[in-house]
Design a protein around this ligand. Structure first.
Ligand code: GDP
Length: 197
């Protein structure tokens, strides 16, 4: 497992001012506190690349990182937090959806889900909108170290069943623990494969 060469490029509130779309791009999103910053830091092996444990909803920007001079990693704001006003929430939603819909080099979005939770409306609604807009996405279950292997399997099975009641096929699924660096190699291999195709 080697450290990736990662450098911060810019933070934006508008997709139009994001860096030139010259590289394939992989974005990460999920409810605040899902473990997104921890996963990004685990993927890149940089402890402080994405800011962890912030006030929920504080990362309200589209953050671009250049990885190995080959691809962009994008840290998107968390969704579904309750502590902000409706108006602010609508503003974030618009920013996120404008980015997801219009960003031409977005190769794949990784949607993070806390493995301990039953399917939550906010995540299901978000992913349904991705399907509707044909935005390619994978599911990344986080914090797998908090459950036993048996519980992990059960939780993933419940989720898959739920999704198959709505959709004909499942997105690709990754099971991760940022704490134990589980799932890191699988995600990086997937990205490497998508870059080549
Ligand atoms: P974010 O708001 O989605 O960026 O979430 P953070 O990465 O800041 O993580 C939220 C909390 O969950 C922090 O207290 C982390 O230490 C914890 N956490 C994140 N990932 C893991 C994990 O894989 N295992 C465990 N046990 N805790 C985690």
């Amino acid at each position: 497992m080697s450290q990736l060469i990662a450098r911060f490029i810019t933070s934006n509130t508008d997709f139009k001012t994001c860096p030139p779309a010259r590289f394939p791009e992989f974005a990460f999103i999920g409810r605040s506190n899902v473990g997104k910053s921890s996963l990004i830091n685990s993927l890149t092996f940089h402890k402080g690349l994405a800011k962890t444990s912030q006030t929920p909803g504080k990362t309200q920007l589209i953050n671009h990182f250049m990885i190995d001079e080959k691809w962009y990693l994008v840290d998107l704001p968390g969704y579904g937090f309750a502590k902000v006003s409706k108006e602010k929430r609508r503003e974030f939603e618009k920013m996120i959806f404008d980015y997801l819909i219009h960003r031409e080099n977005l190769t794949c979005l990784f949607v993070l889900i806390d493995i301990r939770l039953k399917p939550q409306a906010v995540d299901i609604e978000f992913m349904s909108r991705m399907v509707e807009h044909e935005i390619p996405f994978h599911i990344v279950f986080t914090k797998a170290d908090k459950l036993s292997q048996k519980q992990v399997n059960e939780s993933v099975d419940v989720y898959k069943k739920f999704l198959l009641d709505m959709w004909d096929e499942l997105p690709e699924i990754f099971i991760t623990s940022a704490e134990k660096h589980v799932g890191r190699e699988e995600i990086l291999a997937n990205i490497a494969e998508l870059i080549q195709t």
